[in-house]
Each structure stands twice: as C-alpha cells, then as structure tokens.
Design a protein. Structure first.
Length: 74
C-alpha cells in the first residue's frame, strides 16, 4: 500500500503508475475532495487542470469543489 500525504506525492504517484483517465479522476476526486466536471482526453490534460487548480487554491481552506467550472463574473 502506498501512502500519499502531499500534493506532490499524489502527482508523483499518478505519473509513476499506468492509470487510466478514469482511475486518475477517481484518485484526484477522492484525495482532493473535488469534482472534475470536464472530460479530459489525456491524463496529462487532467493533470494540467489539477495543477492550475492547486496553484490557485492550495492554501485556502474554502476551495471550490468543482474543477472545469468557470465561475468568473464578466
């Protein structure tokens, strides 16, 4: 069993294992407590979206739970 304690360990685990997009999505959903709304074609596209999300919200306690939802007010 692998223990993942940090965001970096999560990304390293995903990249080191041959996971499908569905498996990657399930791990991200469970570990970051988010819901990925958009369907991504590749695992790398999904990881880029997660990286963007994490860089913006990592230190904020009340992070949005949806990834792939544009909430910007125009």
């Amino acid at each position: 069993m692998t223990t993942i304690n940090t965001y970096s360990q999560l990304i390293d685990f995903i990249r080191a294992n041959n996971l499908s997009i569905k498996q990657t999505n399930e791990i991200i959903t469970a570990s970051l407590n988010v819901i990925v709304l958009e369907d991504y074609n590749t695992k790398e596209d999904l990881l880029k979206a997660i990286e963007t999300y994490w860089n913006k919200w990592k230190n904020i306690k009340e992070r949005p739970i949806f990834i792939g939802l544009d909430m910007d007010v125009k």
